[in-house]
Every structure is written in structure tokens, then in C-alpha cells.
Design a protein around this ligand. Structure first.
Ligand SMILES: NC(=O)c1ccc[n+]([C@@H]2O[C@H](COP(=O)([O-])OP(=O)(O)OC[C@H]3O[C@@H](n4cnc5c(N)ncnc54)[C@H](O)[C@@H]3O)[C@@H](O)[C@H]2O)c1
Length: 434
């Protein structure tokens, strides 16, 4: 099939490349000329394991075309996927759909033949209906489908190839077969093909993300209780997670959830519900609790460092919101690092995905190219993201300073072992962790 992906970010680039890899001709379009230039010279603008090789393979096979020429891409394609960002409107819970609607208007102006338009971007309930209104002049030329994306950054290629389910929402049944044909290589490997109404599919994506965010927030709040009551949160997570009705995933206590999806989608769901005069009080509490957690864990450092951060050397390992991605959106580090700098600390950080623009303007903050240089002479080492290379560190070798401390927000180390090594160790929701 001939496909057009509008937006070559984490979703559009990965799914476009994977669609090409299963034999489709895919136009990946972006308005950002630098991204397209990079892609055409064989460089991926994002860090995603395995993606570079897959792009090269399909680009060389001429199944993958990178362009800024939307008109050409639309006219050459049967199915157009909208994969642009849907951030929150600044300072509100509402979703900014201007990027989506701009794409729709462009599709309207360029299309001459019948096209299927698919929203892969996460969009609130009723967005498909709004898109239909924009297209009403040439209504008969278009079918509007919702096909939300569930891939996780860092595991995106695997998630595309082996999805738990493929959700297709359409108000007309005839489109289900076309989408089924497109996804047939994945369905034949066991992916569940699930069809529903267009609004149903739109809500499924928000409901899934809000539920997962709730699970994380729930275990994080229990970790606070464990810290005060001498209980190990890991035991509690195991004890409840072994119940198949609950399940063990997303029960790892740690920092506030971040990333490009959970923070904005929980807010987007609350705001969409408000339009239908429905109060989603649980999701509202989750949003509030998560915001409080960022502050709680950031400020805990005052207690750890004896209430004085001035000239204290703080080393941070991992600044992305999770491992195996370069995505910084809504990462805890965005609050933590500027806060420590403001309080007079000297911050060094290392992340396997490289230096971050976000911290370049900070006075007391420096990126180091490896773990050793980051942790040298540190007063406090903070483990913020669980990249594999942070999981078996010899802290005493890395840091010769006496009485340095380790603050482990991912519970990567055993508190007793740290005690035996005479390292002052702080973690999340566990006894013997100070
Ligand atoms: N990132 C994830 O893990 C993930 C997972 C599932 C769903 N989603 C959803 O997918 C959507 C996209 O997310 P993302 O993380 O890929 O975003 P992104 O910001 O990485 O990429 C969006 C891209 O769209 C481009 N763009 C914007 N308007 C355009 C236009 N008019 N024409 C051409 N290109 C345009 C931008 O330049 C950018 O490259 C969002 O709705 C998000 O919620 C994201």
C-alpha cells in the first residue's frame, strides 16, 4: 500500500519505517526541514534502539521517502496518517489540536482522489467528528479513522511489530477491511485486531494512559507510607502484583511519571470529560499527586545534604524520563536540575543519550561524557533514570570523597549491601534507606 505519515517524530518515524519494512511504500513528511535533511543523509533525528539500521535498510530499498513536500506525498498515497504532536495548551488541561487541524486543511487543499485519513496522534473524543466538519466541502473524498498508537519509546520497534492489540475506530465498517489488510503481517503473528467506533478508539488511548498513570501514582503514594512505617514497597508491589487481577507491571515506585504522553494525556482526558460535563475525580487526583511528587523528591535532597545545597556537588545519572530514549518531555530532571542550581549547588550530569539543550543555559550545570567524570568528588550521586549502565556501579571507585551519599530514585541497589559498603544510601519506600 502507499502511505503518507505526516509528522516524523517518535510515532510517525517509527511507525512509518516499520510500515515500510513490512512492504509498503511510505512517504514520511515533516515541516521541519532539518529533520528531513538529516533523514535523507542517513541520520535519525531521534534516539530509538534499532531505528537507524531499519531506516537505512528501507531507505536504500526505496520503500521509505523523506520529504517536506506534503502535496506530492498526499497525491501519491492511499492512506494518510496524522502523527503530529497534540500537546496541552500552555497552562491549561486542554489539548492543542491546531497541528492536527492544520494537517487536515492541507490534506483538503491537496487531495483530488479518495483518501483514508487516520489519526495516529492521540486526540480527544470527538476530534474525528471535528475533522469531518473541516472536510465537509469534499466529504465524499475522505474516510476518517482513529488508529491510536501504543508504542513505548525505547521499545518502539518491538511494540510496533508485536503489539498487544491494534485498535481501529471507524463509523463505517468498510474501512475495517482495508486497515486489516494493512496490518495483516502483524495480525498473522498474533496481534489482536480490535474494531470499535471512532469515538471509542479515541477514548481507549486516553483511558489506557490514564489507567497506567494511576497505577504508577498509586504505588508511589504507597511508597510514601512505607517510608514512614518501615515496610518495603518492593514486597508490597510483589504481594499485590502477583494477583492476576492487578498484575505486576507499572507497580515500581519511583519518581513522578513523565514523558510525552502520561502528563498531557491525563490532563487531556479530564478536559475532554469536562466538555461532556463529567468529573473524572480519580484522574484529577492522579495529576495533582504526580505534580506533588516531583516537588517532594526534588526537595528531599535538602534533608539528605543537611539543609544546605550551596557549593555542594550533586551528580545526576540519567536525565531522560526513562531509559533508551532521548526524550526529555516532562522529565523530573527538568525541575530538579534548575532547582539545585538555583540553590547554589554545582551540578554535573551524564545521560547515555547525550547533552541536553535544556540545561546549557544554566550557570552551575555541566554535562560530562561518562559516569566517572560525573561522579568524581561528588557530595551526592542521584540515580534518576534506570539506564542499564547505571545498574552495577562501584560507587567507592567512582568517588574518592569521604561521606558521599547516593540517592537512588529507581531502587536499583540493595540497601543492606550499601550499608555494608558504608555508603549512605537513600531510596524509595524501603527500610534501611535513611
Ligand atoms: N511519543 C510517544 O511515545 C507516543 C506514543 C503514542 C502516541 N503518541 C502520540 O503521537 C503524537 C505524536 O507524538 P510524537 O512523540 O511523535 O511527537 P513529536 O513531537 O516527536 O513529532 C511530531 C512531528 O510532527 C511535525 N509536524 C507538526 N506539524 C506538522 C505539519 N503540519 N506538517 C508536517 N509535520 C508536522 C513536527 O515537526 C514533529 O517532527 C502525539 O499525539 C502523541 O501523544 C506518542
Amino acid at each position: 500500500m502507499k502511505l503518507c505519515m505526516i509528522g516524523t517524530g517518535y510515532v510517525g518515524l517509527v511507525s512509518g519505517t516499520c510500515f515500510a519494512d513490512i512492504g509498503n511504500q511510505v512517504y514520511c513528511v515533516d515541516k521541519d526541514i532539518n529533520k528531513i535533511k538529516k533523514l535523507n543523509s542517513g541520520i535519525s533525528p531521534i534516539y530509538e534502539p534499532g531505528l537507524d539500521e531499519l531506516i537505512k535498510k528501507n531507505f536504500n530499498a526505496k520503500r521509505l521517502i523523506f520529504t517536506t513536500d506534503l502535496k506530492k506525498a498526499i497525491n501519491a498515497s492511499d492512506i494518510i496518517f496524522i502523527c503530529v504532536g497534540t500537546p496541552n495548551k500552555k497552562g491549561t488541561l486542554k489539548v492543542n489540536l491546531s497541528f492536527v487541524y492544520k494537517c487536515v486543511r492541507e490534506i483538503l487543499s491537496y487531495s483530488k482522489k479518495k483518501k483514508i485519513i487516520v489519526t495516529k496522534s492521540t486526540v480527544p473524543v470527538g476530534t474525528g467528528d471535528e475533522i469531518e466538519k473541516i472536510l465537509k466541502k469534499k466529504k465524499k473524498l475522505f474516510s476518517i479513522i482513529s488508529n491510536p498508537e501504543f508504542l513505548r519509546e525505547g521499545e518502539a520497534i518491538r511494540d510496533f511489530r508485536y503489539p498487544d492489540r491494534i485498535v481501529i475506530g471507524s463509523n463505517s465498517k468498510s474501512e475495517f477491511n482495508i486497515m486489516k489488510k494493512l496490518y495483516s503481517p502483524l495480525i498473522s503473528k498474533g496481534a489482536k485486531f480490535f474494531t470499535t467506533s471512532r469515538r471509542g478508539a479515541e477514548l481507549i488511548k486516553y483511558a489506557a494512559n490514564a489507567f497506567l498513570a494511576t497505577k504508577i501514582t498509586f504505588i508511589n503514594e504507597l511508597a510514601n507510607l512505607c517510608e514512614k512505617s518501615g515496610i518495603d514497597i518492593e514486597d508490597v508491589a510483589l504481594g499485590i502484583g502477583s494477583d492476576s487481577r492487578i498484575g505486576s507491571r507499572f507497580l515500581r515506585a519511583g519518581p513522578a511519571y513523565g514523558g510525552s504522553c502520561f502528563p498531557k494525556d491525563t490532563k487531556g482526558l479530564v478536559s475532554a470529560a469536562e466538555r461532556f460535563k463529567i468529573d473524572l475525580s480519580i484522574v484529577k487526583s492522579v495529576i495533582k499527586s504526580n505534580q506533588e511528587r516531583v516537588n517532594l523528591l526534588t526537595k528531599r535532597v535538602h534533608k539528605i545534604l543537611g539543609n544546605n545545597l550551596k557549593n555542594k556537588k550533586i551528580s545526576i545519572l540519567g536525565v531522560t524520563f526513562k531509559p533508551n530514549t532521548d526524550d526529555m518531555r516532562d522529565s523530573t530532571s527538568l525541575k530538579m536540575i534548575p532547582y539545585y542550581c538555583k540553590k547554589g549547588a554545582i551540578v554535573t550530569y551524564y545521560d547515555p543519550s547525550g547533552e541536553k539543550e535544556e540545561f546549557k543555559k544554566l550557570k552551575n550545570c555541566e554535562f560530562k561524557k561518562n559516569i566517572k567524570d560525573t561522579c568524581k568528588d561528588s557530595d551526592l550521586i542521584i540515580l534518576l533514570t534506570e539506564w542499564d549502565e547505571f545498574k552495577s556501579l562501584d560507587f567507592k571507585k567512582l568517588n574518592k570523597k569521604k561521606n558521599f551519599k547516593v540517592y537512588d530514585l529507581r531502587n536499583l541497589y540493595n540497601p543492606e549491601e550499601m550499608l555494608n559498603k558504608k555508603i549512605e544510601y537513600f531510596s524509595i519506600g524501603r527500610p534501611n534507606t535513611n
